[in-house]
Design a protein around this ligand. Structure first.
Ligand SMILES: NC(=O)c1ccc[n+]([C@@H]2O[C@H](COP(=O)([O-])OP(=O)(O)OC[C@H]3O[C@@H](n4cnc5c(N)ncnc54)[C@H](O)[C@@H]3O)[C@@H](O)[C@H]2O)c1
Length: 253
């Protein structure tokens, strides 16, 4: 029997990057169904088709702006119509704007928090409606090394949101252990995706990268996807409230 046979997943931000790759990994290991949620319809439909064609997994795209609570409710309603249940939630949607601290007003602060942090909470509230009654669930929050060490001074809202994810992960883990629901996070370092394409370190010379990152290179989506898959699988049944660093050694807990 495949590892994820009979398992159904929802992934926000699943149309791209790290989260999409994690769904592909699970789908290769027999995931029965997945819903990938994101804002861009064209990219979402294409990604769902790609996952289906690559793996045979029943994969759907649901257009979702995770900063809108009503979109999150609709996302889980769609899951209820398509699948018998949901056992896996990957909270992967995120934005990382680069702005000087003193230019971040209330609107921008709330925008980043709502996408990165509040959406995690609202998705978990919806997922619990499936997971509590069945006494089974795997929730993976995609945080960041920035949540550990503060990131750069121009990413304060991002870093604060990601630090919040790490702390909240522990709260959910304590609250829902009795329901056999594991809640963990991963903290990627610099991973080559669209998110960091415009950042200076994404195109830094190899000699500099080697100085900063003990493993001597930027990360790839595959460096994170297997860790997310592990946290979604029964191999991690006795792990909860944990945040796993995937950063090439930049930060060692
Ligand atoms: N790439 C890195 O270096 C890195 C490092 C640490 C953490 N992360 C985290 O990993 C996660 C995945 O990022 P990635 O690197 O794969 O980048 P990515 O840009 O490929 O993926 C981010 C996804 O979030 C989606 N998203 C953004 N705002 C949204 C909204 N309002 N509603 C719905 N979806 C929205 C984007 O459309 C995209 O699909 C993010 O949470 C990010 O913060 C990335």
């Amino acid at each position: 029997m495949h590892k994820f046979e009979g398992k159904y997943a929802i992934a926000t931000g699943g149309t791209d990057g790290i989260t999409k790759e994690s769904i592909i990994c699970m789908a290769r290991d027999g995931l029965s169904g997945a819903i990938i949620a994101g804002r861009n319809e064209e990219r979402g439909i294409k990604a769902a088709e790609e996952i289906k064609n690559l793996t045979g997994c029943e994969c759907y795209y649901v257009q979702t702006d995770v900063s809108k609570p009503e979109d999150i409710v609709n996302l889980f309603k769609a899951a209820k119509l398509k699948f018998p249940t949901i056992q896996i939630l990957v909270n992967g949607a995120g934005v990382c704007p680069s702005m000087p601290i003193e230019t971040i007003d209330a609107k921008e602060w709330d925008r980043v928090m709502n996408i990165n942090l509040r959406s995690m909470h609202l998705c978990i509230l919806e997922a619990l409606k499936f997971m509590k009654p069945q006494k089974y669930g795997k929730i993976i929050n995609v945080s960041s090394v920035a949540g550990r060490i503060g990131g750069t001074e121009s990413s304060i809202a991002y870093s604060a949101s990601k630090g919040g994810m790490i702390t909240a992960t522990k709260c959910y883990a304590k609250a829902y252990g009795d329901y056999n629901i594991n809640v963990n996070s991963i903290c990627p370092g610099a991973i080559k995706t669209n998110m960091i394409a415009d950042f200076t370190y994404a195109s830094a010379p190899e000699s500099l990268i080697k100085k900063i990152i003990p493993l001597g290179r930027l990360g790839k989506v595959e460096d994170c996807s297997g860790v997310i898959e592990f946290l979604a699988s029964s191999d991690s049944d006795y792990i909860t409230g944990c945040s796993i660093d995937v950063n090439g050694g930049v930060f060692m807990n």
